[in-house]
Design a protein around this ligand. Structure first.
Ligand SMILES: [Fe+2]
Length: 228
């Protein structure tokens, strides 16, 4: 601190009636980070999807995804504003809700970003799938079967690369907070009923097949390129 700044602080402290020690003990409020919680638009034209309606995709994005981003911002503001006298269970409840909202935001971005364009798997992705599942077809069958196991309920299915296992694996999540740690998401399929009820009713199998027809493999390839 420059001498001039020190003198100014001392004058301000005296003017406020606080001692320097008292001033130092006043905690600086933790900052919020709204710039990290901005909603992402769809990066494809939802009219161009094959078998997934524009109405359903836009509703899913604008209500469920954007709602999660807004909740994450609001919860962060409440956490920052929470007084130090709050009970641990109040703080813990907010932190739990923060994790639900943040993970919902992040997982929906993985889901929407990998939709929307005709493309093909590249050699690296195929090779890694064959190494982990024997054939690409066996991976796809397993992924779809896992997704179908969540029909009528809620959750996510992921193709992940796990750093501990050093291979690709299909994993499921019964909510936004349940996953295999140390994993990098390669492909995410939203199996909450809100993601398909409007177009498919309870026909989860039809939704899963439509999802596969609309995967933007260029995005999936780039996620694989980034891990190794
Ligand atoms: Fe969703």
């Amino acid at each position: 601190m420059q001498r001039r700044e020190f003198m100014a602080l001392g004058a301000a402290t005296l003017a406020s009636g606080l001692t320097a020690a008292q001033t130092a003990s006043v905690p600086t409020p933790r900052a919020t980070h709204p710039e990290t919680l901005t909603q992402k638009p769809l990066i494809f034209d939802p009219k161009t999807l094959d078998g997934l309606s524009e109405k359903m995709i836009v509703s899913h994005h604008d209500n469920n995804y954007v709602g999660a981003v807004k909740r994450a911002k609001l919860i962060e503001e409440k956490i920052v504003a929470l007084s130090s006298s709050a009970n641990p269970f109040e703080f813990g409840a907010l932190k739990r809700e923060q994790m639900v909202a943040l993970n919902s935001m992040i997982l929906h971005e993985y889901y929407f970003d990998a939709l929307g364009a005709a493309a093909a798997m590249d050699g690296k992705l195929k090779s890694m799938l064959e190494s982990s599942f024997r054939t690409v077809g066996e991976w796809e069958n397993e992924f779809k079967k896992l997704a179908l196991s969540l029909s009528g309920g809620s959750g996510w299915v992921f193709l992940v690369y796990n750093e501990r296992l050093k291979r690709l694996e299909n994993v499921w999540s019964w909510d936004h907070m349940h996953s295999l740690w140390d994993s990098k998401i390669i492909l995410a399929l939203d199996m909450y009923e809100h993601s398909y009820q409007m177009d498919f009713g309870s026909n989860a199998k039809g939704y899963i097949e439509a999802f596969f027809k609309n995967i933007n493999w260029n995005v999936v390839n780039s996620r694989v390129s980034a891990i190794a």
